[in-house]
Design a protein around this ligand. Structure first.
Ligand SMILES: [Zn+2]
Length: 78
């Protein structure tokens, strides 16, 4: 399966998005939210997709999407 070229982290941050959602490519259902702060502006989301190792099925490869609605960025109210 090819990895279609996606936008860069710089372009994503310019849209106001600060995190990404990482989905396993192997349909095991595993997904996680991570901060995008660790990647440089010129890096494409598709550049790092092949590097992810799924923690559930232990296969390599992910689908990465901009996280427009981060769930863990509240103001601290419970
Ligand atoms: Zn998996």
């Amino acid at each position: 399966m090819p990895y279609p070229q996606k936008i860069t982290f710089g372009e994503m941050r310019a849209m106001g998005v600060r995190g990404v959602l990482v989905y396993c490519r192997h349909r095991c259902g595993h997904h996680t939210e991570i901060s995008a702060d660790g990647w440089a502006d010129h890096v494409r989301l598709s550049d790092i997709e092949p590097r992810f190792l799924c923690q559930r099925c232990c296969k390599r490869g992910a689908e990465i999407r901009p996280n427009h609605n981060p769930a863990k960025m509240g103001t601290g109210s419970r």
